[in-house]
Design a protein around this ligand. Structure first.
Ligand code: HEC
Ligand code: HEC
Length: 186
């Protein structure tokens, strides 16, 4: 899969998401699958998924729209979420905002907190560990829409590592007080 078609796919989502009745968007929502048993609907659910496919004005979670959201995992392999990583963001007007990940590695920003002017630059940090995305994010609000091994059953948007911070495990280990398992086990 070429990087051109990967970005064409992302662009298609961004374009069609503006329309109300939209089979492409409905398909993108359905492709995320059902809720996982034992994980309540809320801040810990659907780690790694492109949150804003649903958490947008025309999505099934239109009551809780996010301007940016995603998940930070420990290493490139495995799916253990990192608790307390900071997402450091700067928008095109040099407005800066930081958000910390919860115990499964999820983070989300509501427009009332920060409504960035895209493109934005992003860096992820915890303790001495830091990782910057070199290119700016043009307008896609879900980290998981680009950083995903498989977006749908047809691998439609290509594969790229999920967002991760360490070479392997978080030296602090996974969260010990998390209401759900921070290891997706995938
Ligand atoms: C397939 C659709 C879908 C995806 C993907 C999704 N969510 Fe949700 N989420 C929902 C629905 C539906 C609700 C419940 C209705 C609502 O809050 O609008 C919800 C509720 C929530 C809530 C509670 C909101 C509130 O105000 O009570 C949070 C927080 C949340 N999700 C975070 C996330 C994060 C973070 C991600 C990505 C890692 C994500 N969601 C991915 C559909 C989704
Ligand atoms: C439009 C697609 C896209 C979106 C959305 C996106 N990324 Fe990226 N990301 C990339 C690409 C492509 C690279 C590799 C090239 C680069 O660093 O610019 C990358 C690289 C990174 C890296 C560096 C990885 C390394 O090897 O060190 C981090 C960290 C990162 N992204 C975090 C994020 C976070 C956090 C979000 C959500 C706020 C996000 N990205 C959203 C496409 C995207």
């Amino acid at each position: 899969m070429s990087s051109f078609s990967r970005f064409a796919g992302v662009l298609a989502i961004a374009t069609f998401a503006a329309c109300g009745m939209d089979p492409v968007h409905d398909g993108a929502v359905a492709a995320q699958g059902k809720e996982v048993t034992g994980v309540p609907i809320g801040e810990f659910h659907r780690a790694g998924q492109p949150c804003v496919v649903c958490h947008e004005e025309h999505g099934p979670a239109s009551n809780s729209v996010f301007s940016i959201a995603g998940t930070v995992f420990a290493g490139p392999n495995g799916t253990v979420g990192v608790e307390g990583a900071t997402i450091q963001m700067t928008d095109s007007k040099n407005s800066k905002f930081e958000k910390a990940t919860n115990c499964v590695g999820n983070f989300f920003v509501k427009p009332s907190e920060w409504d960035p002017a895209f493109p934005i630059l992003v860096r992820v940090a915890k303790g001495a560990a830091k990782r910057s995305m070199k290119s700016p994010i043009g307008r896609e609000p879900s980290c998981g829409n680009c950083h995903a091994r498989i977006i749908d059953e047809n691998n439609q948007y290509g594969s790229m590592p999920h967002v991760y911070l360490f070479a392997g495990d978080d030296p602090a280990g996974p969260s010990k007080n998390c209401p759900v398992n921070p290891d997706l086990g995938l």
